[in-house]
Design a protein around this ligand. Structure first.
Ligand code: EPU
Length: 338
């Protein structure tokens, strides 16, 4: 199935709920429909492109003067298994959390720490989504999709996806070029628990025996206590990445602010908590019109109703400037700002 519109409102296609418009909007559920559309409409090559999944990591500052492609490929199927593991292929258009729920019930384990992350399956490898000590890269086997440059579809094994913290080849070399149509995950038949993050272990233990369903329930409860539900309050999750800084800067800051959270990162560098830095600058719970900083998690910008993309962007710039001024730390947006 395909759907094609001109001058289309993206309000229901971004979790900030910003009412920006796309000049062209194309949605497909089957790869054949996509290839047929692209062959028949060669003028798309001249257009700016936006590959849009669930829109849960996107700030639309302006209308989009180009072609939005929304892969909505459905389907979940087991493609291979052995005694310990199972490979599951999932369409890019499936809702991420519904898939995690299905896995836990089917006793396919590994993704339970990633419960309740908004968005579609196709975006999970693009962003290398992560939470509570797990990144999706640990369970991605292969990413399947269509390359707009070569006009062919092919599979990319996880080793070639250049996964890093909230980053992958799909945000770099293959940006606006490779349309993810499905992802194959390699999941475990016997649970492996990763409970070291924050209060997760305590939350799981409250629920009785150690079971992946209890991990899922605990993660859902923690997220619900801190993170706003996009269907109730527009937001794009963490707006900034947690900054990774030089050890010297981290030490200097730690001396001035002994309670500052800091975690070892690669190459002797230190990861700081952007939410903490932003809260220290006094932004938590701030609201100007309908644009605000969430009251329980300062890393999350929120739209109380009719904030424009411009207003949210301006707020993000102010937050960024104040963190740079107070701590000498440059925040980098995690959300895709367009
Ligand atoms: N903190 C504050 N004030 C705040 C927010 C956080 O002091 O307003 C402190 C917390 O007390 C804690 C530390 O900062 O000591 C880290 O906070 P939290 O555990 O809430 O996680 P985070 O680092 O702010 C990251 C991810 C989230 C993910 C959580 C849990 C990024 C950019 N964000 O947030 O991912 O759910 O860890 O693993 O890495 C997302 O990417 O959209 C997202 C929500």
């Amino acid at each position: 199935m395909i759907r094609f519109f001109e001058d289309f409102s993206l309000k229901n296609y971004n979790t900030f709920g910003v009412d920006a418009r796309a000049r062209f909007f194309f949605e497909f559920t089957e790869l054949d429909d996509l290839t047929e559309f692209l062959q028949q409409n060669t003028s798309w090559k001249e257009e700016r492109l936006l590959l849009l999944g669930g829109g849960s990591n996107l700030l639309l500052v302006n209308d989009f003067d180009g072609l939005v492609i929304h892969p909505n490929v459905p389907g979940v199927q087991v493609v291979r298994e052995n005694r310990n593991q199972v490979w599951v292929e999932v369409g890019a258009g499936e809702d991420w959390d519904r898939f995690v729920d299905y896995c836990v019930k089917a006793e396919f384990y590994g993704l339970e720490n990633l419960s309740l992350i908004p968005g579609n399956v196709g975006a999970a490898p693009v962003q290398n989504i992560g939470a509570y000590g797990v990144e999706v890269k640990d369970y991605v086997d292969t990413v399947n999709g269509f390359d707009l440059d070569t006009m062919t579809n092919y599979s990319i094994p996880a080793e070639q996806c250049q996964f890093a913290y909230r980053d992958s080849i799909f945000k770099n070399e293959l940006k606006n070029r490779f349309i993810v149509t499905s992802v194959i995950f390699r999941l475990e038949k016997f649970p492996e628990f990763k409970l070291d993050y924050g209060s997760l272990k305590a939350e799981v233990e409250k629920r009785g025996e150690l079971h992946p369903q209890h991990v899922r329930d605990a993660v859902v409860a923690i997220r619900q206590s801190k993170l706003p539900d996009p269907s109730e309050l527009g937001n794009a999750g963490s707006f900034f990445k947690n900054p990774v800084v030089a050890a010297e800067l981290a030490e200097k800051l730690k001396a001035a602010y002994p309670e500052m959270p800091a975690y070892p990162a690669d190459a002797g560098r230190i990861k700081l908590a952007a939410g903490w830095l932003i809260e220290q600058c006094g932004w938590k719970g701030f609201r100007d019109g309908d644009a605000g900083v969430h009251q329980h998690q300062a890393l999350v910008l929120v739209n109380y109703g009719s904030a424009t993309g411009q207003e949210l962007f301006q707020l993000s710039e102010k937050v960024k400037a104040s963190v740079a001024e107070k701590f000498g730390v440059e925040l980098e947006a995690e959300a895709n700002i367009l």
